[in-house]
Design a protein around this ligand. Structure first.
Ligand code: FES
Length: 140
């Protein structure tokens, strides 16, 4: 459904521009076409290793700490001293990756305020992980 809308807007925007219907229409086209740059990039594949001593991941040092690792499209959360859970950071609603907040064991996407539990049996795509010698490995 979303892809059909996106394709329609991409095809419709050129004629709309030529018809010079006004600035609000131009802004709508620009926003839609730029959506892939604003957090809806394709899912990545392949294992990821993360050095947990890197300052970028310091929030994972405490249970409940989390990081949205946009460079690898991963949403990471410390579950216990021995477990960090990893999810694809694509929102199940429309795929946005950059609007997450976390409270009460629940991730909330700011785009439309949908919430998802930090469980591997929930709606977020969950990957298996392991920790050894301060290195987190995410298998995907
Ligand atoms: S894209 Fe996340 S709630 Fe809509």
């Amino acid at each position: 459904m979303e892809n059909k809308r996106r394709i329609f807007l991409k095809q419709a925007c050129a004629p709309v521009l030529m018809a010079a219907l006004g600035i609000p229409v131009l802004e709508a086209c620009s926003k839609e076409e730029g959506s892939e740059d604003s957090g809806t990039s394709p899912t990545k594949s392949g294992p990821v290793t993360i050095n947990l001593s890197n300052a970028q991941f310091s929030d994972l040092g405490n249970v409940g700490g989390w990081v949205n690792y946009l460079a690898e499209n991963l949403l990471l959360i410390r579950i216990s001293t021995t477990e960090i859970r990893a999810f694809d950071n694509a929102c199940p609603h429309q795929g946005n990756r950059d609007g997450w907040s976390f409270a009460d064991n629940t991730f909330t996407c700011s785009y439309h305020n949908n919430s998802y539990e930090n469980s591997c049996s929930g709606s977020l795509r969950c990957y298996s992980t392991s920790i050894a010698n301060g290195i987190l490995t995410v298998s995907r």
